[in-house]
Design a protein around this ligand. Structure first.
Ligand SMILES: Cc1cc2nc3c(=O)[nH]c(=O)nc-3n(C[C@H](O)[C@H](O)[C@H](O)COP(=O)(O)OP(=O)(O)OC[C@H]3O[C@@H](n4cnc5c(N)ncnc54)[C@H](O)[C@@H]3O)c2cc1C
Length: 470
């Protein structure tokens, strides 16, 4: 294992001279990441296929799909429907929550990404009628399409938890790094969680030992690693101040990560924090906001001389502070359409083929990003890999050609066991997919990845990914 030397990071400091040198040092690393099967700069002749393409959503996936389609079709007819001028760089929320970024570091502007020759309808889609190739907007108008790309992301459903409203987050010891509002351009999850962490710190400094619970729901979520990023960085923030308290990670899942070597590394990180424990198979179903009680649906196996029986019960835990990761689903317009899986592990998400990203029943519809009902993770990294595939496959459909591009399941989760270290978990349908060939073991925590994630990635996102250049 080529483990890097450990480095304690001064949380509130800016880029130090040493970091800057390191940053320059890892630039070739970044270049390799860029080159990892997704550079679209190879000179391809633009095709002259015809048809009206409508993209719903202007987050990571929608903008990247638009950029790739624009570069590959001569005189494309593209309409994008999205209410938000503000574009949030969502991965930065965790860094705001832990004092590394300020909120303004993640606020971008869709006017910088959507060119004037793309028809931008600043409204929300209310209904999709796939049988008539028609969309109805919130303002009541209809928009027709020949080809449709759905890029509406994942909705956070705080109110699916009994007793909880979105407005409760930020009150009574509650926080959630996921809190944001695209239309209003607010990303309160980061700043609310940073205030929350400082409140916990003050309480411990005053001699108390509050119980802090972190949750992870049963549904698929965007950035499946974010709940544990919050858990470990909050614990490390306290540890660096020589503080600790009781921290419980409650997850509806049965392990810390799907890949064993990464799960082991995360367990090692947890073991390094005094007072931390995990409760598996615990799904948050109810919050008594006033009395600070969280109720979990707990599924477990009971073994006796008669065999193994699956049992379930409700477990109530008192808390002082609760970090909630809400259950997620597609947004209402997609959820209520006939375009979602009706059964199976991806039930409720967009019914696309896991390789071509084409809708399985409506061949002129494609999905990109978090909305897709496919087995691999909901990450910006996946959306980056979806974009050229979706663009090329739509062009094939437009030209009556067979679909040739296939998604390999690539996803990436920069897990943060502590400040100054990242486990860059890159994997796909067939296992690990490290971007850096000589860093084969993706479970190794690296300082270089931390520097890359904190200082480089958002610039690459803004200047390369959003322009379809990687
Ligand atoms: C806290 C956090 C940490 C994360 N960390 C990472 C990370 O480290 N690495 C990583 O790769 N990914 C990370 N992600 C995930 C990443 O941000 C998402 O996977 C990515 O943004 C998905 O892009 P998307 O286009 O599918 O959805 P989004 O970027 O969420 O965009 C959805 C768009 O659809 C629009 N929309 C929604 N409903 C409608 C409607 N009815 N009509 C019209 N428009 C609509 C919205 O306004 C928005 O513009 C993180 C996410 C969070 C929240």
């Amino acid at each position: 294992m080529n483990q890097e030397p450990k480095k304690t990071l001064n949380i509130e400091s800016n880029l130090s001279r040493r970091d800057a040198i390191k940053l320059i040092g890892i630039s070739p690393v970044a270049a390799m990441v860029i080159a990892n099967g997704s550079m679209s700069s190879e000179a391809e002749a633009a095709t002259d296929v015809k048809g009206k393409i409508v993209i719903i959503g202007a987050g990571a996936g929608g903008i990247m799909a638009m950029a790739h389609l624009k570069s590959k079709i001569s005189n494309p007819d593209i309409t994008i429907i999205a209410p938000n001028e503000t574009h949030l760089y969502q991965p930065g929320q965790v860094f705001i929550a832990t004092g590394v970024y300020q909120t303004e570091d993640i606020i971008m502007n869709n006017n910088d990404f959507i060119p004037s020759d793309v028809n931008w309808i600043k409204d929300e889609v209310k209904n999709i009628d796939a049988d008539s190739n028609k969309i109805t907007l919130r303002n009541g108008e209809d928009v027709s399409y020949d080809y449709l790309v759905i890029a509406t992301g994942a909705a956070c459903n705080y109110d699916w938890i009994e007793g909880l409203k979105k407005e409760d987050i930020g009150t009574n010891g509650l926080s959630s790094v996921y809190l944001s509002d695209f239309e209003k351009g607010t990303a309160d999850g980061g700043s609310t969680s940073w205030t929350w962490l400082k409140d916990i710190t003050k309480e411990i400094e005053s001699g108390k030992k509050p119980r802090v619970i972190f949750t992870q729901p049963r549904t698929a979520i965007k950035c499946g690693g974010a709940p544990q990023k919050m858990l470990c960085l909050c614990a490390d923030y306290l540890k660096q101040k020589k503080l600790h308290t009781e921290m419980i990670f409650t997850t509806a899942g049965g392990k810390l990560f799907s890949l064993k070597n990464i799960a082991d590394e995360l367990q090692k990180a947890q073991d390094s924090y005094e007072g931390m424990s995990t409760k598996f198979k615990h799904n948050l179903i109810k919050v008594d906001v006033k009395n600070k009680k969280a109720t979990f649906h707990y599924i477990y196996e009971h073994k006796d001389e008669w065999g193994i029986e699956s049992m379930e019960e409700e477990v109530v835990l008192d808390y002082d502070y609760l970090h909630i990761v809400p259950p997620m689903s597609p947004v209402e317009a997609v959820r209520e359409s006939n375009l979602v899986w009706e059964e199976g592990p991806e039930k409720g998400w967009l019914e696309v083929d896991k390789f071509t990203l084409q809708h399985r029943r409506y061949k002129n519809i494609f999905g990109i990003g978090d909305v897709c009902g496919i087995p691999m993770g909901k990450t910006g990294g996946s959306a980056r890999h979806h974009a050229p595939i979706v663009a090329k496959n739509i062009i094939s459909v437009m030209g009556n050609k067979p679909l040739e591009e296939k998604f390999d399941g690539y996803t990436v989760c920069p897990l943060k066991p502590r400040y100054g270290e990242i486990i860059m978990a890159e994997f796909g349908y067939d296992g690990p997919m490290p971007s850096i060939p000589f860093w084969k073991d993706i479970s190794v925590p690296r300082y270089s990845w931390w520097v890359f994630d904190v200082y480089m990635l958002k610039h690459m996102y803004k200047h390369l990914m959003m322009r379809g250049l990687m």
